[in-house]
Design a binder for this molecule. Structure first.
Ligand code: EPS
Length: 352
């Protein structure tokens, strides 16, 4: 039974994005400014497209928070899509408004278009694009921000770093690399590192396959749109010897310490008190100004992939989304181990 649960809904150009979070203890302070700051981090980064100029994502809290604090009830979060104004008729729920405006039928390789249309039996690929779009990561980041507020109570802090964008390995080269891709009508992915500090020993378990903390983190990060690989700790493990890879154990002032952290803070599926280190690879965004070859599902004939406004590079945004996903996993694990009905009860349990 999971403790920190949430569901989201909403389309990229629909009225709003919504999440319901269940399982938060009472008396957790919900700082809306912090949630909004996380949302603007997700909107930023060099290489974003036109949509981010339209949106100024801010959260509205519809339930579960009173005078700035939770009280045990489910928390409902909403982010309005400002772009909905331009899509009201196209995204209408009313059958009287039916229109083919903005419908498209040529699959975009790399997106969910082909597999999604077969799975859900849809002829208008708009019905696949709308929910598969990375737009929904906005509300996921709002949920992650709430998870981070909970983790902060235990002194747990997350951060992220971009390791690589295309062939560029330093920050100074990132913009040039993105500019070059943009002028060629192309896109770029990259490599991201996320770190969580001050995570207590004992989250997750080896006793069943689905309780391993590394397994849970991998699932949460791998399902972020465009992420194609996830590693915990040193991702060069395959070429290291056991004597080089494993983190030797010492004592200092009666405490267990390590001089290395190749395990990325997890041994045997359990947090070991070192920093949790996650690296992930994001593929290049599949919507290309210079279109890829594809097929029109209405005619069955070859066709150039549909182009729709998009980003050249969203690696910085992806880093914020990954931080959020890991925050949700850690919040759930903390509640499983130290959960209580109020923050005070949780803190008492962890302080022993
Ligand atoms: C995104 C919103 C989307 C895209 C992008 C991410 O808005 P629109 O489609 O109106 O431009 O900019 O999504 C994708 C490129 C994708 O492949 O899903 C956002 O809010 O992050």
């Amino acid at each position: 039974m999971e403790k920190f649960r949430f569901l989201t809904s909403g389309e990229s150009h629909g009225k709003c994005l919504t999440a319901i979070i269940d399982g938060l203890p009472a008396n957790l302070e919900i700082d809306t400014d912090f949630i909004n700051a996380e949302l603007s981090r997700r909107q930023g980064g060099y290489g974003r497209g036109g949509r981010m100029k339209i949106e100024a994502d801010t959260v509205e809290i519809l339930s579960g928070v009173r005078f700035g604090k939770t009280f045990g009830a489910p928390v409902t979060l909403v982010i309005e899509n400002k772009d909905f104004e331009n899509w009201q008729k196209i995204m209408s729920a009313d059958p009287k408004d039916v229109t083919s405006e903005k419908s498209f039928t040529t699959y975009r390789p790399g997106h969910a278009d082909y597999a999604g249309s077969v799975k859900y039996n849809q002829k208008d690929l708009r019905n696949i694009l709308e929910r598969s779009s990375a737009r929904k990561t906005a509300i996921e980041v709002a949920v992650g921000a709430v998870a981070k507020l909970f983790l902060n109570q235990f002194g747990i802090k997350g951060s992220s770093q971009i390791l690589q964008i295309g062939n560029a390995k330093t920050e100074e080269e990132f913009h040039k690399e993105i500019d070059m891709a943009k002028s060629a009508g192309d896109t770029l992915g990259g490599k991201i590192k996320v770190l969580y500090e001050n995570v207590p020993v004992g989250l997750g378990s080896y006793v069943q396959w689905d309780r391993a903390l590394d397994g849970r983190i991998a699932q949460a990060v791998m399902s972020v749109p465009a992420v194609k690989s996830v590693a915990i700790g040193n991702h060069h493990a395959y070429k290291m010897k056991g004597s080089e890879f494993h983190d030797e154990i010492f004592t200092e002032d009666g405490k267990i310490v390590r001089k290395t952290n190749n395990a990325g803070g997890i041994e045997g599926g359990i947090s070991n008190g070192e920093n949790i280190v996650v690296t992930a690879v994001m593929k290049p965004i599949p919507t290309l100004l210079k279109p890829l070859q594809s097929v029109d599902c209405a005619t069955g004939h070859p066709s150039e992939a549909h182009f729709e406004r998009s980003d050249t590079c969203a690696v910085e945004a992806c880093a914020v989304v990954i931080e959020s996903r890991v925050a949700c996993v850690l919040a759930n694990e903390l509640l499983l181990k130290y959960g209580g009905d109020s923050i005070e009860e949780c803190l008492l349990k962890i302080e022993g």
